[in-house]
Design a binder for this molecule. Structure first.
Ligand code: SF4
Length: 98
């Protein structure tokens, strides 16, 4: 295969990957996994009585597990396969980014 042909073959794959990333649906807070972990799309509304370890300022965007880019409104989280969490969200599995 010539390098040009190879390039032409790869481009749609890259496009599909970018599309898949951009179009990952947001986690539904009513999803069983989200309920189990206390996920909320708005960290300020985290259930502080149920999750006393929550501290103001903790958000998905500064969680070690968050895979979105800085500045993105949402991004993938490995705890919710195929879904995206909001950068301003939070769940009880929050881990301080090193
Ligand atoms: Fe957000 Fe971190 Fe919980 Fe994933 S593990 S939902 S990034 S707080």
């Amino acid at each position: 295969m010539t390098s040009r042909r190879r390039f032409i073959a790869i481009v749609p794959l890259l496009g599909a990957a970018a599309l898949a990333r951009a179009e990952a649906p947001l986690v539904d807070p009513k999803d069983p996994q989200a309920v189990a972990l206390g996920y909320t799309p708005d960290a300020a509304k985290a259930d502080k009585a149920k999750y006393p370890k929550y501290a103001a300022g903790q958000t998905c965007g500064n969680c070690a597990l968050y895979q979105g880019k800085a500045g993105d409104a949402s991004g993938p989280c490995p705890l919710y396969a195929g879904k995206a969490v909001l950068a301003k969200g939070w769940c009880s599995a929050w881990v301080k980014r090193p």
